[in-house]
Ligand binder design. Sequence first.
Ligand code: GLA
Length: 366
Amino acid sequence: MKRLVCAILISMTTVAAAHGSVTKKPFGTLKDGTPIELYTIKNGGLEVSITTFGARVVAILAPDRHGKAANVALGYDNLDSYLVDKTYFGSIVGRYGNRIAFGKFSIDGHQYQVPTNDGANSLHGGPEGFSQLPWTAHEIPNGVEMTLVSKDGDMGFPGTLTVHVKYTVAHDALRIDYAATTDKTTVINVTNHTYFNLAGEGAPTILDEHLTLNADAYTPIDAGLIPTGQIAPVEGTPFDFRKSTVIGDRINQPNEQLKRGLGYDHNWVLNGVNGQMKVAAKVYDAATGRVLTVSTTEPGVQFYSGNFLAAAIPGHEGHAYPKRSGFCLETQHFPDSPNHPNFPSTLLKPGQTMHSTTIFAFSTEK
Ligand code: GLA
């Protein structure tokens, strides 16, 4: 009996320890009066703040090898900066994350033209994509669920699309579960656009961090950063991160693909099965010992080395974020998939539910 009580008590403590706290506070108001909130989820050693504006990750506090926490996500401490931000810091991008060539695609013989906002191409769902909109939110165990209903024709895309994004924090990881349904056949490619610096946001560069990518191939791009359609082996190129390699080691090599991307801004084709969870990437910062391991059910990851960052707006604590002071690992379907039948399909039909999960896990090494 005593043993049973003991066992029950132990399991109760475990359950209590596994439950984080979720708090909510106001984060400003949009011009039309929509209130914007900031949720903070704490669990174990991690603390993650997320705003309903663009469903954006505002901060991720993670311990270093000595247990000292720092915010490893670039961002702002106020809504006004997010309203003028052009970097997509922390946001959920959609309906179509990354680019669609000339904003054109066709579904069932019907041609669609979505707005172009990146030279001749469409980027991250257009000028008023999901990153620029207020989401509705409610608390869930260890997290927050964000919902957006995008009307038929929103930013040129067909179908009323209902998107749910669950952010939860447990086991030293931030987990993102996506689900979406539509009432007309459409295309969808949602991802999270957090910029990380494992030395802490405000540290001047990410070029000294060590990256591993679980990919034997990548999708080369043309001058407009649109995939050519080719699936090219990484072997023998500066795109081979199958073994942990310092990000800055090869970034300035005279390589045509690096020139086109102004550095790394490419989609890697992940080893493993589309729809099944696998490790996509691992990043290690030798100075602090922090390690970020990214796992996903998506078939690709856009590794972007922050080439367009330009310290345009002061970030958290007044920090400047210059070129390459943050990197993104955007788990995704491949850019411009609607125009490449050889890429995994991004079509979503009525009656289907799109499900996708990505986990950002934090740990430390010596
Ligand atoms: C993505 C793109 C980059 C850039 C950033 C946002 O990662 O691939 O080219 O547009 O978003 O600045």
